[in-house]
Design a binder for this molecule. Structure first.
Ligand SMILES: Cc1ncc(COP(=O)(O)O)c(C=O)c1O
Length: 445
């Protein structure tokens, strides 16, 4: 795709003031006075409009978006089909509660997810509001079906901020610090993280698999374990791509032990990694899969999709919620999925990967502070060798000042992560990469 306009917004960076500008700074002063300070803000440029890969702020600056609101606006911001579907739905009705008087769009979203998620077995889906809520429900379903209570999660994992999902999340600050006590029966095992594996990447998959099975067998007991939950590429943990073959072995072992495999595709899903779901790259078929973020083009929706016999094992009334599968969010999801199919956004993610990886590899060759470049599709990252947030924070801040929205991640805060909308034009992508080059130059030379 080439640069043009999207939703009436020219697809190029425009800087009219410093970032954040005076009007954003005024709004930010109000935010500080009115909003709980625990709700942080990465880049306090207050938004008035967004379209395609551009975010427009109150000072009329146009910022290039390499974050997609944390992997949400895969179809772009204000994607035309999504906007039209939402408008039409709001005109018709906004809410009835699917558990009271149902509507077709919820059923249609379930049908699409049953068809698109990995595996050709019979499936069922339940809809929720947020990723954390989907993870909570996947664990509920796994426990109910197996009659077992333990859950196994990995180092560097992120699964949300509710009580159970905090327990599943690995990192203390900022997610867990002084928020305990946490939900019980959660056990942690090492992730096959090749770049930081103590004996080197070559032995990573084997040793991590041994440590995983030993911990589960010895410390927990396989027949106490309802589920193992894993992100096929760890998101907040720093876009860690597990060592090749590791997840396949985990999946096979779980199947042999009667343990359910929950794959959390909340960040990796919906074409982000160049396929509909990252499980496909790993050759694994989840028993239960959690999705959210990219599912509905920016509206809040989440899902658990899984084997029919597991999902249907729960008694009537055991799953649900007032807003889960809200009709406006369902209309948006159907339009977002149509957009991904019609515009081949999986192919777009692969094209973004080939453009970006070349440029990121050039940065790695030039700056020896870079430890590793990794990721898949339009989910790419640079990890700095030094395990502190200093360099990633400084490069990201330099990008923000010059009109590029970037995010950081990683257990050590030392990862720059890139999640551009999949509809981003080539020219805008390259302009963003040029800004990133300049930020590296400014901070690292
Ligand atoms: C892999 C993964 N799981 C769960 C969540 C939680 O989703 P939400 O913020 O919608 O609750 C996230 C959010 O970043 C995520 O990346």
């Amino acid at each position: 795709m080439t640069t043009g306009t999207s939703q009436g917004i020219e697809q190029r960076r425009v800087l009219r003031t410093e970032i954040p500008g005076p009007r954003s700074r005024e709004l930010h002063a109000r935010k500080v006075a009115a909003v709980a300070s625990g709700v942080g803000t990465t880049l306090p440029a207050y938004v008035v409009r967004a379209g395609g890969g551009i975010v427009v702020d109150v000072d009329d600056n146009q910022l290039i978006d390499f974050g997609s609101g944390i992997a949400v606006t895969n179809v772009g911001n204000s994607a035309p089909r999504v906007v039209d579907a939402v408008r039409a739905q709001v005109d018709d009705f906004t809410h009835t509660c699917f558990m009271i008087t149902p509507y077709e769009s919820y059923v249609a979203v379930a049908e699409r997810l049953n068809e698109l998620t990995p595996g050709d077995h019979e499936k069922r889906t339940a809809l929720f509001n947020s990723g954390a809520e989907a993870v909570e429900n996947a664990v509920k379903i796994a426990r109910h079906h197996t009659g077992r209570s333990a859950v196994v999660a990995f180092d560097h994992a992120y699964h949300g901020r509710t009580n159970l999902t905090m327990a599943l999340t690995a990192k203390n600050m900022p997610y867990k610090h002084r928020f305990g006590p946490f939900a019980g029966e959660v056990h942690r095992v090492p992730m096959a993280y090749p770049y930081r594996w103590p004996s080197g990447s070559a032995t990573c998959a084997d040793e991590a698999f041994e440590a995983f099975t030993a911990t589960v067998r010895v410390q927990v007991g396989s027949d106490n374990v309802a589920a193992v939950i894993v992100e096929p590429i760890q998101g907040e943990g720093g876009f860690i791509v597990p060592a090749p073959g590791f997840l396949r072995r985990v999946a096979q072992w779980c199947a042999a032990e009667g343990i359910l495999l929950i794959v959390d595709e909340i960040q990796t899903g919906f074409c982000r990694t160049g396929d509909w779901f990252a499980s496909t790259h790993e050759g694994i078929v989840p028993d239960l899969i959690t999705t959210a973020k990219g599912i509905a083009g920016g509206l809040p929706l989440a899902a658990v999709t899984g084997r029919a016999e597991i999902m249907d094992s729960v008694h009537v009334g055991g799953l649900g919620g007032t807003y889960g599968g809200n009709p406006v969010a369902c209309a948006a999801a159907l339009a977002a999925i149509d957009t991904m199919q019609a515009e081949d956004l999986c192919g777009a993610a692969r094209r973004i990967e080939s453009t970006m990886l070349t440029r990121l590899a050039a940065l790695a060759a030039k700056f020896d502070q870079v430890g590793e470049v990794r990721g898949r599709g339009a989910m790419l990252a640079v990890e700095f060798a030094e395990p502190t947030p200093a360099l990633a924070g400084a490069v990201s801040a330099a990008c923000h000042r010059t009109g590029l929205i970037t995010l950081t991640a990683g257990t050590f805060g030392n990862v720059l992560r890139f999640l551009p909308p999949l509809v981003i034009g080539d020219d805008l992508l390259i302009e963003g990469l040029d800004i990133l080059d300049a930020a590296f130059q400014e901070v690292l030379s």
